[in-house]
Design a protein around this ligand. Structure first.
Ligand SMILES: [Zn+2]
Length: 82
């Protein structure tokens, strides 16, 4: 059986191993299918939030893993703190 839900095509093993659905990981696979870079926690107005950034290129091998269009399309589901 093939899995129809194709979230992320990993370009290399390094990325596959680094990406986790664990919110404490430095590279997070979001529910939307985007890979997000976790920049750590930041406190603002007494509230602590996790700062996430979108990445376009694999940090290990430089392959484009998600385009601007991918990011924009999925971004509605992601809360990004700039
Ligand atoms: Zn890669």
């Amino acid at each position: 059986m093939t899995d129809e839900l194709e979230l992320v095509n990993f370009c290399c093993e390094e990325l596959e191993e680094a990406v986790s659905s664990d919110p404490d990981a430095s590279l997070i696979e979001h529910d939307s299918g985007l890979i997000l870079l976790n920049l750590g926690q930041r406190e603002e107005d007494g509230e602590t939030g996790v700062v996430l950034a979108t990445i376009r290129f694999c940090p290990f091998c430089g392959t484009e893993i998600q385009t601007d269009e991918d990011i924009e399309a999925a971004l509605g589901a992601v809360e990004i703190v700039e």
